[in-house]
Design a protein around this ligand. Sequence first.
Ligand code: URP
Ligand code: ZN
Ligand code: ZN
Ligand code: ZN
Length: 533
Amino acid sequence: MAKQFDLIIKNGAVLTSDGVGRYEIGIKDGKIIQLSPSIDSGLAKEVIDAEGGYVMPGGVDAHVHIAQDFTSGPKGVMGKCADDFLTGSRSAVCGGTTTIIAFAQQNRSDESLLKVVQNYHALSEKSGAYCDYGFHVIITRPEVQMLEKELPKLIEDWGITSCKLFMTYSSMQLSDNQLLDVMYETRKRFMTTMIHAENGDLISWLTNKLEQRGLVEPFYHAISRPPVVEMEATHRAIVLAEMIQNPVLFVHVGSASAAQIIRNAQTRGFPIYAETCPQYLHLTWDDLKRFHSPKCFENSKMICSPPPGPDDSDQEALWAGLRNGTFTIYSSDHCPFRYKDVHGKALGVLQHEQSLGSARCPVDQEHLSEILDDKTGHFKYVPNGCPGVETRLPLLFEYGLKTGRVSPERYVDLVSTAPAKLYGLYPIKGALIPGISDADLVIWYPNDALPSFKLTNANLHHNVDYTPYEGMEFGNWPRYTIVRGQIVWAEGELRASASVGKYLKRGTNQLATRPTNSIASDKRRVATWLYKA
Ligand code: URP
Ligand code: ZN
Ligand code: ZN
Ligand code: ZN
């Protein structure tokens, strides 16, 4: 006889963004169909006993870079992501994430965003994925006619309801005028605009000055981007967003000063959202000197933009922002560049040597180690970003939830529910509502059931040859990860194939996308006049 449930999860402490309770979960055809104090085990094909552990909605990581080719550095040098959809999503599920949103990037030579998305989608179809995935678009060529023609198709045909804009990187940086052009169009269509807020001109001025003084080792990446670089750009983007009344989200916020400016704007009642990431809670400038000397090129592993803050005072401010709601979401900004790879961090040495006329380029993988060991490189050629899709949930569990820095409910909101709402996936994702939500779940070990261990990169499932969190202590880790009812990760083993993941068409922002009518109709607000019929 057909069983009523495919899977039942018994005895767990069910944790959502609303609270914790003793419930059992019944799953059928990939959906949660029952949530009640007790369900008869005999009704299911398979039973998981979650006694003593938390059971919660699967992680939604709204900021990952997968199979993306980047230009980095002033010469448009190519860096390539080491993870494709298969390895990136594999790493995601092994760390409790069941949905990822990655970036389909328009290069300046690409005239059509739709073509960019089609090509990117073909990559995910080819490799398959272990978890569900959606896309944001990165717009680097904001031509108004193209936006008017293509944004409606992106929304209707692809369910892409968010775009990312850059205020830095010569190959991507938009002027204020261009930022306004995009915001004007996205606001009409209820899209969320994600902003990478760093003042690109300031960075290139500082980079030139440092270069003239011979200060180019990895550590000086941070000095070329002091916190004021992020603060100024954040302030400027808020001015533009307020004028247009467009909802923006600041991605990867790294400094206390930028967080404060965001908080002030939120207090004025504007639809401004923000994201921070593990690297800003756990790394500082000192980590760019972690390997035996600031000159050592291995410190390039910790190069990301914005850089981590000067010391732990910024970290404390960001923890406070996670608690008090300044940060809507917590994402990984997983940016998988291998260290020893001609498309990865090694470019910081190879391109520098080439610029000095002393490189043997192209260089084969075999000879890379000896070159990296003996050179210091130049930070401006190093692809920016750190891997972290797999460590995102465990880090915030260990250092946020267990320490009491964030409550259990806030934990679920930050890693799952709020990103699902912000990017139009709720309550299919980010919730446990019977009859509605996908059966995407993470189950943790009971307290103290897993012996504490020091993380090493060999524990992880990405295609990157390092983790910034090497040696950090963990006392828990996702015990099971379930994607639409399928157990993909169980007690340290990958259990499924990459045919599980499906492309997600998303809806619009389900948090407030517009100011209230009373604000919008206020004559002093410029937007009232800009959008008049
Ligand atoms: O350094 C970073 N954050 N690299 C990834 C690209 C981006 O700007 O998000
Ligand atoms: Zn960015
Ligand atoms: Zn990023
Ligand atoms: Zn050699």
